[in-house]
Design a protein around this ligand. Structure first.
Ligand SMILES: NC(=O)C1=CN([C@@H]2O[C@H](COP(=O)(O)OP(=O)(O)OC[C@H]3O[C@@H](n4cnc5c(N)ncnc54)[C@H](O)[C@@H]3O)[C@@H](O)[C@H]2O)[C@H](O)CC1
Ligand SMILES: [K+]
Length: 508
């Protein structure tokens, strides 16, 4: 499918595969490098245009030992021909380069100097071609010192492929990394462009085409994507003309005790706004009054223990549950989660609902495995980093794993969709598919927004969306709602933005 191709993320290894397939088909590596250098020069000229002097700019290109340096030489030559004052500062002597990078160094006819003569204060633009996809170990010594000195001087900096020091696979900073204003990369983005801290170091990311055909992806078969509506819009159940509220599912949210009811109501109200046909809040007796005084369209029902829940579960219209927000972490959470899953219903387990399983993790994993064979995944876990570490301590501690891989491994172990939250939320499915979410604003880091997210996801589950798509759609809608509200957001306002989000989704 075309969207699958478009929003694909490729690891550096997969990108290398794309390169090799293209070269095997008869496009030479140097042709690709010249196209890459061209795209870099175009981006540089745009940035120079922003500077607005109209005259000659002082451009320093930093060239490393590999093909990232080759791209820098090509861009340098094109910018030199455009009349700018260009110096290429190289890490190793140009004679030491090999392959396409050596050809690129030969293509360049301007001044070459060693790296230690580079003075970031005396340039209008720095182009970073030190290290790209080939970064294989932490940056140390003189190069690390140069990066630190450059970041302090804060020149305008354009990174080729990735800011040197950022891992394309994980977004981790190995040693140190440049802070770029803009990053130009080729063919498809990499996870490191969207996973923190790499995402911040990249500045804005431009993905440009260099002649690699999209159909190489049929061979590579990548499983990571940027979270975009094209990935799940077809499964989104927007109300049909002759539809009925019962066609849109019945979401159920468990309320906490009397002094902790707000989180569940945030989730319940969000579920209603996000499209569930009906929403019921299940309340312990001591919280019935406080819940009743705050609810209108959301229905209220007493639930005192497993017996009450068992009766509720007899009615199959209750099809998607939220458990955890403000609920507390005792034995009751575990009982409720087990009953809901055994009854074959979809469950979003959040906050306390996740923490409640910290010491008895296998109970959760075993419970979920059996009933779901062949039926599709029904459990969605929405941990932030701390909750994730409590449930998957060994995975959380494995430094070599990217956030993408951590979420994937957890999803496989728990046979659940994992929504590993943060500025770079990752949503992973047990079948290996994963998306990185990139919308939202820093204002989302405020009390209660996670509860709203649980409700939005539950609404999609209630409407019959598969769990992975429901989670991806929910996270995207949540982020977009925050963007539409803008500064000063509190959790109460988020759901109120959802109508505008739906309008955008319907118009697109
Ligand atoms: N299809 C494409 O995307 C194209 C990409 N191009 C560019 O090529 C680079 C990747 O080139 P590669 O030679 O594989 O890697 P690098 O240039 O990033 O560097 C490898 C080089 O660096 C050494 N090294 C690794 N880590 C360190 C370190 N910490 N300190 C010092 N040296 C290090 C390693 O030993 C190698 O010698 C990609 O980013 C694009 O910019 C093509 O030009 C066009 C097609
Ligand atoms: K670079």
């Amino acid at each position: 499918m075309e969207w699958r191709r478009f929003h694909t993320l490729l690891t550096p290894d997969e990108m290398g595969q794309a390169d090799r397939i293209t070269i095997r088909r008869g496009v030479s590596g140097f042709v690709l490098m010249k196209a890459a250098g061209n795209r870099v020069a175009e981006a540089a000229l745009k940035m120079i245009g922003d500077i607005g002097t109209g005259g000659t700019c002082r451009i320093a290109c930093l060239g490393g030992p590999g093909n990232n340096g080759g791209d820098a030489f090509v861009a340098a030559e094109l910018l030199r021909r455009s009349g700018h004052s260009v110096v290429v500062h190289t890490l190793s002597k140009p004679e030491c380069l090999s392959g396409d990078a050596a050809l690129a160094a030969g293509y360049y006819e301007g001044t070459v100097e060693p790296l230690d003569t580079f003075e970031p204060e005396k340039t209008d633009l720095v182009i970073d071609g030190l290290l790209g996809a080939g970064l294989s170990r932490p940056i140390e010594g003189d190069v690390a010192a140069l990066i630190a000195r450059t970041n302090t001087a804060a020149p305008r900096l354009l990174a080729i492929d990735l800011p040197s020091g950022v891992s394309g696979k994980s977004g981790a900073i190995l040693g140190d990394a440049f802070q770029a204003e803009r990053t130009v990369s080729f063919f498809r983005a990499k996870p490191g462009h969207f996973l923190e801290p790499g995402r911040t170091r990249c500045g804005s990311v431009d993905i440009r085409q260099i002649g690699i055909e999209a159909n190489v992806l049929d061979t590579i078969r990548p499983k990571a994507f940027l979270n975009q509506p094209e990935l799940w819009r077809l499964q989104l159940n927007l109300p049909a003309g002759a539809g009925h509220k019962y066609d849109r599912g019945h979401a159920v949210v468990f309320s906490g005790p009397a002094l902790k009811t707000g989180a569940a109501r945030l989730a319940a109200n969000a579920a209603l706004r996000a499209g569930a046909g009906l929403v019921t809040l299940l309340s312990p007796p001591n919280a019935i009054l406080v819940n009743a005084s705050h609810l209108t369209a959301v229905m209220l029902r007493k639930c005192e223990g497993s017996g009450d829940l068992g009766e509720i579960l007899v009615d199959h219209r209750f099809n998607a549950f939220v458990l955890g927000p403000g609920f507390g972490t005792g034995e009751r959470v575990r009982d409720y989660a087990r009953l809901v899953l055994e009854a074959g219903r979809a469950l979003v387990l959040d906050a306390d609902g996740i923490s409640a399983f910290s010491d008895v993790r296998n109970i959760l994993f075993d419970n979920e495995k059996q009933p779901s064979e062949g039926e599709g995944v029904r459990l969605v876990l929405t941990p932030h980093a701390g909750e994730f570490a409590r449930l998957f301590p060994d995975i959380a501690e494995a430094d070599r794993l990217s956030k993408l891989d951590r979420a994937r491994q957890a999803a496989e172990r728990a046979n659940a969709v994992i929504v590993l939250k943060g500025r770079d939320t990752v949503i992973a499915s047990p079948d290996g598919r994963a998306v990185i979410n990139a919308n939202g604003t820093p204002w989302l880091a405020t009390a209660g927004t996670g509860d709203v997210l649980s409700g939005i996801i539950a609404a999609q589950l209630a409407q019959g969306m598969p769990a992975f798509e429901a989670a991806a759609a929910g996270v995207w809608m949540h982020g977009r709602a925050a963007e539409l509200f803008g500064p000063g957001l509190t959790a109460e306002e988020l759901a109120g933005q959802l109508p505008r989000v739906f309008v955008e989704l319907m118009e697109a």
